[in-house]
Design a protein around this ligand. Structure first.
Ligand code: UDX
Length: 421
């Protein structure tokens, strides 16, 4: 099948490369020429394990290419995925400008085509957006009716950073919503190479499945963190509690790691967007709202622990781990941002190390010193906080007798405190 994808960010390029890898012909569209040139040169515009090798192989095989010309891409393909960003606005709602612009351009291109074309929203959009916002734009710009003159679908992604190729190629389930049989047929065809349960519903249900999934995952983390805070006050280890609770088949062992809270570009954004949508519909969302407030406060637990043991003013505090999780350079909504900001406000001097995220973090905190290794941080600080569970931070001998405060349960040292254990 010939597919075009608009947007070469995290979702777009992973999806495009994996579609090509699965035998489809893919053209990636972006208005940033550098990204398009990178793809055509077999390079990845983002960091994700294994992605660059896949792009390079599929470009070499002629299955994957990039262009800045959206009209050409729509002409070349039978189905177009909208994979542009939907940044959060301060009130939790979404900035849909990129989605709307893409829909308008795609609609104009379809208007010139006499072959049936399907448009699929893959960007994470609040429930009701595909039918309420994208559909009218496409009908207006094509002069055709959705489900008759063109196909319309909504196909959310469930990709974890650091494991995205696996998540795409071996999904737990494939979810999409459709307007009309034409879109359904094309989505069945493009996902035919994948062996996973397919959930085929309407577009709004598909949108909500994405938000429900992320909200349930985020709420699980926020709740085990809160239970962890009570365990800490009791002097017991939340990890013993989580392991035993997780043996209940209805609970399960995954996503019960208490620590300093969840980061990343999705959880906070998606939970806020769902709470906002609830509010717009006149539905109270106390739990969604408390997931956000609990998680916003959680990183400060490790600062409180540290300051309960020492006055940090004028002291050198070491930070190991800046990315929101191991395996990525991504610091979006990372707990390290809250922790470092608080330490600086308290007059501490901060020296930090992260295997990948230093460059991104130093743009936010140029006043922090950045070490070239974990041992350099330990040697040059009075106390050490571990904020990301990079494997290289696990070795207890790295720390000697230095006071260590562990936010992720990655190590256990001679002079040690855990945030929830
Ligand atoms: C998440 C969802 O997992 C994915 O399905 C969705 O498509 C995008 O958002 P991601 O944010 O990339 O993926 O990473 P994830 O592995 O889910 O971790 C998110 C955050 O939660 C990290 O900061 C991680 O440290 C934290 N976390 C995760 C916990 O604190 N405890 C846990 O048990 C699991």
């Amino acid at each position: 099948m010939r597919a075009s994808l608009v947007g070469t960010g995290y979702v777009g390029i992973v999806t495009g490369a994996c579609f090509a890898h699965s035998g489809h012909d893919v053209i990636m569209v972006d208005n940033i020429k550098e990204k398009v040139d990178a793809i055509n040169a077999g390079r990845s515009p983002i960091y994700e394990k294994g992605l660059e090798e896949m792009i390079s192989e599929e470009v070499r095989r002629g299955r994957l290419k990039g262009t800045t010309n959206l009209r050409e891409a729509v002409e070349f393909s039978d189905i177009t995925f909208i994979c542009v960003g939907t940044p959060a606005l301060p009130d939790g709602s979404q900035n849909l400008a990129y989605v709307k612009a893409a829909a308008e351009e795609i609609g104009a291109a379809i208007e010139e085509k006499d072959i049936f074309h399907t448009v699929v929203v893959k960007s994470t959009v609040a429930p009701g957006t595909t039918l309420g916002t994208v559909k009218p734009i496409l009908e207006q710009t094509t002069g055709k009716k959705a489900g008759e003159g063109f196909g319309l679908g909504m196909n959310p992604e469930f990709l974890k950073e650091g494991d995205a190729l696996n998540d795409f190629l071996k999904p737990d389930r494939i979810v999409y919503g459709c307007v009309g049989e034409g879109a359904a047929k094309m989505l069945r065809e493009i996902y035919a190479p994948f062996s996973a349960p397919v959930i085929e519903k309407d577009c709004t249900t598909a949108e909500m499945i994405k938000y429900a999934s992320n909200s349930l995952l985020a709420a699980r983390v926020a709740l085990i963190d809160e239970i962890g805070n009570i365990c800490k006050a009791l002097g017991i280890d939340v990890r013993d509690v989580a392991a035993a609770a997780g043996m209940d088949r209805r609970i399960g062992p995954h996503f019960l790691h208490a620590g300093i809270g969840f980061g990343g570009s999705c959880f906070r954004k998606d939970v806020s967007a769902l709470a906002w949508k609830g509010g717009e519909l006149g539905v109270e969302t106390p739990i969604l709202s408390s997931v956000i407030s609990q998680n916003d406060a959680q990183p400060l637990r490790i600062v409180q622990l540290l300051t309960s043991r020492m006055d940090v003013k004028g002291r050198r505090i070491g930070i190991l781990g800046l990315s929101f999780k191991p395996g990525t350079d991504d610091i979006r909504d990372a707990p390290s941002i809250v922790v470092v900001r608080s330490l600086l406000e308290k007059g501490a001097k901060v020296v930090a190390y992260d295997p990948m995220a230093k460059e991104n973090f130093s743009k936010l905190f140029p006043q922090v010193s950045y070490a070239k290794s974990a041992s350099e941080v330990v040697a040059s600080s009075d106390s050490v906080l571990v904020l990301t569970e990079w494997k290289e931070f696990a070795d207890p001998s790295l720390y000697g007798n230095k006071p260590v405060f562990d936010g992720r349960g990655v190590t256990r040292t001679a002079n040690y405190e855990g945030v929830c254990w």
